[in-house]
Design a protein around this ligand. Structure first.
Ligand SMILES: Cc1cc2nc3c(=O)[nH]c(=O)nc-3n(C[C@H](O)[C@H](O)[C@H](O)COP(=O)(O)OP(=O)(O)OC[C@H]3O[C@@H](n4cnc5c(N)ncnc54)[C@H](O)[C@@H]3O)c2cc1C
Length: 583
């Protein structure tokens, strides 16, 4: 099989907030650098940064502070975050938002006095979420995309990365193997530095929010390259995903938190409000608690016709609802529901992976020449991500990655020679399904989503997790025997579904094995057989590696490098939420 070759100084995988910021910063640091963006979809049109509705956390207002933002992040993350990373996030968000406004040209909503409007998000001790109505991600990505186009960066669109290729002499990373999805051909890109910013995404669950292009490819590639992953059991579920039935891709998409915040009711299939049985805050409890409450109603069979619960807004007045939530009302109407005057079926939906690859403050990894940023990375959020800290994370660390890579390549005199055997292996593995017949990839994908939902989902037990792990292992074996009937490689989406499935199953195995190891309940991870949080002073995180096809896991002590449980960086610590999860 022929492999086309390309050389570039810096290769960036993914064009979400992390990838685009990195591209811009590399060119700002050195306009002469040859920078290439490779992306599974189209630049600016794929990934989750574009889907950001709520906004961007940043401590700007008098009375708020980086310390306060940091404490909310640590307490919300149940003391699991890597504190130096969390601090870097909160500190750099300030300059990043100014950059977004003043250099990149984003228009965020403002107060009458001209300051940025910042709204309240659950679990935070200050109103610090900057936004552009409920379309913040579109504003950020569109403006970033325009700047990146102007900066003359090479774009490899509809190119999916499939494997990281090490140097022949073992000195680090030499480049990345990609499939040009349009042509169905292979392309090896040799680069002095590579950024992995493919956005992970828990799309292995029956209900999920991330965009369809996100199938944990970067997670799989970095695992296969021997890098360690932390906190992978921490998968955040958003409580109110739209339940529109199996025939619409709208199922699983988010109906925003503001609906419950505004006074919306959650009703079970019997028409009863149920949340006060689970938490005194009722529908306004934090995401993990509401998700568990809904899941419990579902387990006990008090469901709607499609198996979820209802959100009901009508008591607030249909006209008011229509005016306050036009986007949500329209989204529901498109699926045949009347949000303003009726009831809408909802279900918890997998939203965000807090876990990811271990990386350093400058975004470098343990592989020389490989950098990582955004949702592919672990450690920033711990057991929970605050709403608004996701896009801050991708833009903060994406920018840092751009600066770091530009500095790194200064000292690199030549492109590393690749291990040609690894290139051959990448092609041979991708070609597997063309030599086979039989098997049903779509049924297998459905099975994966059932396994994860039923056994590795919102409420976990040892027995369920062990069952899930066995099922995942069987599935992983079966995928290797499944064929793709059409041998034409150009835009063969069945072929890509096969590759997607492989990545997702491997990432799922890591989630399941980490969830089995964590015998306590923290944030997004709830073990019915270990419902207590455990001793905060002894907080440990899961660390998983893949070698010779086997996963190995250790529990590592969290380094409280800035603040210890029971302490606070701010005076009047009572103002800080108790840690009962924050989004
Ligand atoms: C519906 C929704 C609403 C959200 N709202 C908020 C919010 O209000 N506030 C907040 O802070 N966060 C929010 N988030 C989370 C936020 O979107 C993410 O944390 C963040 O944008 C991730 O940025 P990223 O750059 O890491 O990845 P993404 O923006 O997801 O980009 C990943 C990129 O990698 C590409 N890619 C994937 N695999 C490959 C491959 N194999 N080869 C090449 N390219 C590949 C994708 O095509 C995409 O371009 C929301 C998420 C969703 C889904």
């Amino acid at each position: 099989m022929q492999v086309e070759r390309l050389k570039t100084d810096i290769l960036i995988i993914g064009t979400g907030g992390a990838g685009l910021f990195a591209a811009l910063h590399t060119k700002q640091a050195n306009p002469d650098l040859d920078v290439t963006l490779a992306v599974k979809g189209l630049v600016g049109k794929c990934g989750c940064t574009r889907m950001v509705q709520g906004g961007y956390n940043v401590a700007l207002q008098p009375g708020d502070s980086i310390e306060r933002h940091f404490m909310d992040t640590i307490v919300g993350g149940k003391w699991l975050p890597r504190q130096d990373l969390a601090w870097k996030l909160c500190e750099t968000a300030v300059e990043r938002v100014q950059e977004l406004e003043n250099e990149i040209g984003c228009f965020f909503d403002r107060n009458p006095d001209g300051t940025l409007h910042q709204k309240a998000f659950a679990g935070q001790s200050f109103d610090r979420t900057a936004h552009k109505a409920d379309l913040t991600g579109i504003e950020i990505i569109n403006r970033l995309m325009e700047k990146v186009w102007k900066a003359e960066v090479r774009r490899l669109e509809e190119h999916r990365a499939i494997r990281l290729i090490p140097a022949k002499d073992g000195s680090g990373l030499a480049g990345v193997m990609l499939i040009d999805m349009r042509e169905g051909t292979y392309r090896y890109v040799s680069a002095k530095a590579v950024l992995m910013a493919s956005g992970a995404g828990p799309s292995m669950y029956r209900y999920h929010t991330p965009s369809g292009d996100k199938t944990c490819d970067g997670v799989a590639m970095m695992l296969q390259s021997g890098l360690a992953f932390r906190d992978m059991e921490m998968v955040q579920f958003h409580p109110t995903g739209l339940l529109g039935g199996p025939d619409t891709r709208m199922t699983g998409t988010v109906l925003e938190e503001g609906l419950r915040g505004a006074g919306g009711y959650l009703l079970n299939g019997e028409g009863e409000r149920f949340m006060s049985a689970y938490d005194p805050s009722g529908e306004r409890a934090t995401r993990d608690i509401v998700s568990r409450g809904i899941y419990q109603e579902m387990r006990e069979g008090r469901t709607t016709p499609m198996g979820g619960v209802y959100i009901s807004m009508a008591h607030l007045g249909p006209e008011k609802v229509e005016k306050a939530f036009p986007g949500m009302v329209k989204r529901c109407r498109d699926c045949g529901f009347d949000l303003a005057a009726g009831r809408v079926e909802v279900v918890p939906t997998a939203h965000y992976m807090m876990g990811g690859v271990e990386f350093n403050l400058d975004t470098s990894t343990d592989i020389q020449g490989l950098f990582a940023a955004g949702e592919d990375c672990g450690g920033v959020h711990g057991a929970n991500r605050l709403g608004g800290n996701g896009v801050a994370n991708s833009t903060v660390f994406g920018g840092i990655a751009g600066d770091s890579m530009a500095a790194f390549v200064e000292g690199v005199t030549h492109h590393r020679d690749p291990d040609e055997a690894e290139i051959d292996r990448a092609v041979a593995e991708a070609e597997i399904p063309f030599g086979l017949s039989g098997g049903d990839i779509f049924a297998a994908r459905d099975r994966l989503s059932e396994i994860m939902w039923d056994n590795v989902g919102i409420i976990r037990t040892r027995a369920g997790l062990e069952h899930g792990i066995r099922e995942l292992e069987n599935l992983a074996g079966e995928i290797e025997t499944m064929g793709v009937p059409d041998g034409n490689r150009a835009f063969n989406l069945t072929w890509h579904d096969w590759i997607n499935l492989r990545s997702l199953v491997l990432a799922s195995q890591v989630i399941a094995c980490s969830a089995l190891a964590r015998e306590d309940s923290r944030g997004a991870h709830f073990r019915e057989d270990y419902p207590e949080a455990g001793n905060l002073d002894e907080t440990r995180y899961t660390r998983v590696k893949l070698s010779d096809g086997k996963l190995s896991l250790t529990m590592e002590k969290v380094d409280f490098s800035i603040v210890r449980p029971g302490e606070s960086l701010i005076e009047g610590a009572a103002a800080i939420p108790s840690g009962n999860v924050a989004e």
